[in-house]
Write a protein that binds this ligand. Structure first.
Ligand code: HEM
Length: 376
C-alpha cells in the first residue's frame, strides 16, 4: 500500500524530479483548455494487444526485420531495447509510435509478458506521450507527435529527464553532467569492467548487475548535486539493470549471462546480434521481480535525493522498491497530476482510457485502481 498521501509526497520530492521547466507555470483555465481541444482532433485509441498467440522461442533478427541504421530525422533515445526494435523495424523507424505498437513490439521482439509490457508502455505514454494524438517519441520531443495539450503537460518523449528517464543509468550520464539519452563510452567501459570482475566468465550477469547498480548509485551520490533516486525511478533503474541478463541474452542460451560483444551490440550499436532469438517464453513480473530482489539484497538502499554533492537525504516515507502498488499510485496520483492538474473533456477521456490500460497491467499485482481525475 502507498505509505503517504500524494499531497505529502509532492512536498517531499524536490521539484527537479518533476518537469523543472514547467513547474512554475500556472495551470490553464478550463476555458482555454476546452478551446484548445476544440481545435485539435483527438485520435482513436486502440485497445492494447493481448498476449502473443504463440510466445515460443523464435529467430527475431530475421530477414523481415533487417537492421537499418537510423536516418538523420529518425529519433532514438535512452532505451537500448526500444532503439534496437526501431532499428529492426519492429517499431516505426521514425521512432514515433502508438503505445499499442510498442506493446506488440516488445512482446514480439523480446517476449515480454503482456502485463509487463503494458506496465512499461502505458506508464511511459502517460508521462512522456501525447494523449490527444496517441503518439509517443522514443527519443526527444518532436512535432511528429502532433499538437501538444496545454502546459504544464510536457510531451517530452522518452529522452526528457525527470520523467521516465532518470539518474544513475548504466550507460548514460546523469542529466546534471550532459545529455542522458546518449550512449557514453566511459560508462560502458565501467559496465565492461564490472562484468569482467564480477560476472561468470566475464559476462554481465546477476552478480555484475548487483555490483554495477550499487556503484552507479554511490557514484551519483558522490558527484551529482541534483541526484534524485525515488519512486518511480527506483523501479525502472533496478528493472533495467536486470533486463540485459534476460532480454538481451539469446533465448537459445537463456543462461542469464550477457556477453560483452552482445552488450556492445545492444547498448552502443542498437543492433540485435546475428541469429538472435527472443526469450523461450513470455517474461513478466514473476520473471523480473525476483531478480530485482536479488540485486537489491546484495546492496539494499533507501530512496532519497542529494541536497548537494555527497549529501544523500533519505526519503523513507516515499514508496520503496518493493511497494509496487505504492509506485503505481505515485505515478498516477503525483507524477501525472503535475502534468495534468485539471483535464476536462476529450483530454480527460483520453487520459482515463490510458489509465485504465495501465491499471489492467497492475491488477494482477493486487493493486487497487486509483482515479486522479475522478470516476465520472
Ligand atoms: C516497453 C517499453 C519500454 C519503455 C517505455 C522503456 C523506456 C526506457 C527509458 C526511458 C529508459 C531510460 C532510463 C534511464 O536510464 O534513465 C530505459 C532504459 C533502459 N531500457 Fe528500456 N524501455 C522499455 C522497454 C525495454 C525493454 C523491452 C528492454 C530490454 C529488452 C529495455 C532495456 C533497457 C535498458 C537495459 C535500459 C538501461 C540503459 C542504461 O541504464 O544505460 N527497455 N528504457
Amino acid at each position: 500500500m502507498i505509505k503517504v498521501t500524494v499531497a505529502c509526497l509532492s512536498l517531499l520530492v524536490p521539484s527537479v524530479f518533476a518537469f523543472p521547466s514547467y513547474q512554475s507555470l500556472a495551470p490553464l483555465s478550463r476555458r482555454e483548455l476546452e478551446e484548445f481541444i476544440a481545435n485539435n482532433p483527438v485520435a482513436d485509441i486502440p485497445n492494447p494487444p493481448g498476449p502473443l498467440a504463440n510466445d515460443s522461442i523464435k529467430l527475431v533478427n530475421d530477414p523481415a526485420h533487417p537492421f537499418i541504421a537510423p536516418g538523420p530525422t529518425d529519433l532514438r533515445g535512452p532505451c537500448p531495447g526500444l532503439n534496437t526494435l526501431a532499428n529492426h523495424g519492429y517499431l516505426p523507424r521514425s521512432g514515433v509510435a502508438r503505445p499499442d505498437q510498442l506493446v506488440t513490439a516488445v512482446m514480439e521482439g523480446y517476449n515480454l509478458g503482456n502485463d509487463f509490457a503494458k506496465f512499461l508502455v502505458y506508464q511511459a505514454h502517460l508521462i512522456d506521450g501525447n494523449p490527444l494524438t496517441n503518439l509517443i517519441s522514443i527519443g526527444m520531443k518532436t512535432p511528429l507527435t502532433g499538437p501538444d495539450p496545454p502546459q504544464p503537460a510536457s510531451i517530452g518523449g522518452l529522452s526528457l529527464h525527470g520523467t521516465f528517464e532518470g539518474d544513475t543509468s548504466m550507460t548514460r550520464v546523469d542529466a546534471f553532467f550532459g545529455n542522458p539519452a546518449i550512449f557514453n563510452e566511459q560508462r560502458f567501459d565501467e559496465f565492461s569492467a564490472f562484468s569482467t570482475e564480477f560476472g561468470v566468465q566475464g559476462t554481465y550477469d546477476i552478480n555484475a548487475a548487483a555490483e554495477l547498480r550499487h556503484q552507479r548509485l554511490q557514484e551519483s551520490i558522490q558527484t551529482n548535486p541534483q541526484l534524485v533516486f525515488v519512486s518511480p525511478r527506483i523501479l525502472s533503474a533496478y528493472s533495467e539493470a536486470v533486463f540485459p541478463t534476460v532480454f538481451f541474452v539469446d533465448g537459445r542460451e537463456d543462461n542469464g549471462q550477457l556477453t560483452l560483444s552482445a552488450a556492445r551490440d545492444f547498448f552502443d550499436m542498437n543492433i540485435m546480434p546475428v541469429g538472435f532469438h527472443r526469450q523461450p517464453a513470455a517474461v513478466s513480473f514473476p520473471g523480473i521481480m525476483p531478480l530485482v530482489q536479488t540485486i537489491f539484497n546484495k546492496h539494499p538502499f533507501t530512496p532519497g535525493v542529494n541536497n548537494g554533492v555527497n549529501n544523500f537525504t533519505l526519503m523513507p516515507q516515499t514508496p520503496d522498491l518493493f511497494d509496487f502498488c505504492g509506485i503505481y499510485e505515485d505515478i498516477v496520483l503525483r507524477v501525472l497530476k503535475i502534468q495534468y492538474p485539471n483535464p476536462t473533456g476529450q483530454l480527460k477521456d483520453a487520459l482515463n482510457k490510458n489509465l485504465g490500460f495501465l491499471f489492467s497491467a497492475v491488477e494482477g499485482q493486487n493493486c487497487t485502481q486509483v482515479f486522479p481525475f475522478g470516476t465520472d
